[in-house]
Ligand binder design. Sequence first.
Ligand code: 13P
Length: 276
Amino acid sequence: MALYKAIDILKLADSKHTAALAFNCADYNMVHSVAVAAETVQKPVICMLHPDHHRIENWITPELFAKLVADEAAAVSVPMAMHLDHCSDFDYLVRALKAGFTSVMYDGSMLPFEENIKNTREITKVAHAMGATVEAELGHVGIAATVTDQSNLDLYTQPEFAAEFCERTSCDSVAVAIGSAHGFYKQTPHLDLERLAAIDAATRTPLVLHGGTGIPDEQLLLAFQRGINKLNVGTEFFWLYYQTIKSYDAPDITQLPRTVQAALTEYLKKKFQLSF
Ligand code: 13P
């Protein structure tokens, strides 16, 4: 099947009142495992590149990532899409769009409301002109290790501003802050589902939940019913990759990729039980 656009997968999820899964990936082992698992369970999926995995950790470039996901998508029979995660650098966003990303996130969540609107609107115009879509963020999804970020109501998305934000930016989807955070949680998160329902009622834009690692499944399923159409997962996927390499002790190093892919695929197949 040809590469899908992430927004079409989100709309599909929305029509079914549920969410698609989106995984941070940084190399062939991860993208290929996502494709194999999605094909096995016959579910749509989104592969996301975080700019840090290129610019800081030097795993892969956006150009290579785009080719890799397109190749893997062509080989499976389920919808598969690519997305650039968390980026606030205009030049880098344009680079990713030119490389073939059909979905990018502009993250202005640390900026004042008006500045976030202005920048999101600007990149959305560019992306739309290039046939791509934009995920924005309103409120701020922080870092789980702080413990306080996930419960800091000042960072949460305010439903009364959500409609205005989506209307004025023309963003295609929006990440919301409702009690999740990035990384491993030190305290079990408690998603503010009432707030989520209010945001969903106020907007017609698909909603995205970040910080998918470690949120209890029961909460996730309720969040999907209340308007989340995309769940981002990264930390636990990378952690499994790391643990698998760490525990590898076979003498034949050529079998390492196969071992990593088998472990990642098993994890993904289970994770897909959450999705449609
Ligand atoms: P986790 O790393 O906490 O799973 O979050 C991933 C994410 O939200 C990427 O945008």
